[in-house]
Design a protein around this ligand. Structure first.
Ligand code: HEM
Length: 306
């Protein structure tokens, strides 16, 4: 069985460093080769700083995949399509490479970042970096615990990883940077905030069916497929913030891309009659991109192909 990249199902850490790169044209063979070496570099960092619980993921953007590995593509990998309904807009963009570096030590993430940058050198260009942190006891900056209904134990791998074929143990990944309007949110009384999210704030308890408003986030995110199975996601979102901007870097992994797509669509469109996800009145997606995080074995074996 192929091994998945460590950060896909990892437990939460104190610090995250997220990097978005584009590749310069013509470097595909060298990038492919560099990607074969990256898992070993991350393994070394993990061994050297074992107490830091370091984990990493490198994922390849939907459009860049065709240039990098032209012979085979994960079936469901496609660019993030922007969606809009009324004043709710989710932008979509094409980014070549996404890197998630996580650990309980900011200096270890920094070291991993430097190793990565020196491996790829001038082949790639940094588009954006989003340093993130654990906030209180795993809360989003709205004050609500984020990640409670994430799959647990073995179920994490079942939800996140492709089961069979060339891309087994790989994962479809969606990333959106949301910017919160906290000045507006903080004026909303706690009871109303709880109705908007669908859980209690301090104790993090899900509202009963009777109390759960049709406009809550939890209601829109708890979808079932045609056979009654829950559409689950392995969320690895983390808060970011400084003196001027605050928000959530939403990150989800899944064995198929459709779970994310369907939930996001439901949040934006809802069932009509104003029943969209009212959390979106307080936060705005500023970026959105789609990637595939192949297994470690896939990355290591692709060096001289093509
Ligand atoms: C600013 C953006 C977002 C914030 C602040 C946020 C926050 C939350 C919070 C507080 C919960 C309840 C606790 C939990 O189970 O984690 C939750 C649940 C959830 N969210 Fe989000 N979320 C955001 C965006 C999204 C997006 C874009 C998706 C998927 C497209 C999503 C999918 C889910 C799912 C699947 C659940 C679990 C629902 C359940 O089964 O109860 N969230 N989110």
């Amino acid at each position: 069985m192929a091994r998945e990249q460590w950060g896909v199902c990892a437990e939460a850490n104190l610090h995250g460093l997220h990097l978005f790169f584009n590749a310069h044209d013509g470097y595909e063979p060298v990038i492919r080769e560099a990607l074969t070496q990256l898992p070993k570099i991350f393994e070394e960092i993990n061994e050297q700083f074992s107490e830091a619980m370091f984990s990493a993921v490198i994922a390849i953007g939907a459009s860049f995949w065709d240039d990098l590995y032209p012979d085979k593509k994960p079936e469901g990998l496609k660019p993030f399509s922007a969606i809009k309904h009324d004043d709710r807009y989710m932008p979509g963009e094409s980014i070549d490479l996404f890197v998630q570096l996580r650990s309980d030590r900011q200096d270890v993430n920094y070291i991993a970042c430097q190793r990565l940058v020196s491996l790829f050198g001038e082949m790639i260009e940094l588009i954006e970096q989003v340093p993130c942190f654990r906030y209180l006891d795993g809360r989003d900056l709205t004050g609500f615990v984020d990640g409670t209904e994430n799959p647990k134990g073995r179920n994490r791998r079942d939800v996140a990883l492709v089961k069979h074929g060339t891309f087994a143990s790989g994962s479809y990944l969606h990333v959106q940077r949301y910017r919160h309007n906290l000045a507006r949110w903080d004026k909303v009384p706690t009871e109303e905030q709880e109705l908007i999210i669908g859980r209690t704030k301090i104790d993090d308890i899900e509202m009963s069916k009777e109390d759960m408003p049709d406009t809550s986030h939890v209601k829109h995110a708890s979808l079932k497929d045609e056979n009654g199975n829950s559409l689950e996601l392995m969320r690895q979102s983390m808060p970011y913030g400084n003196a001027s901007t605050q928000g959530l870097l939403f990150i989800s992994y899944c064995a198929q891309p459709t779970n994310f797509e369907r939930i996001l669509h439901n949040m934006v469109f809802g069932s009509g009659d104003g029943n969209y996800d009212h959390m979106l009145d307080y936060t705005t997606a500023e970026t959105g991109s789609a990637f595939f995080a192949p297994s470690i074995d896939f990355l290591k074996n692709q060096g001289n192909v093509g």
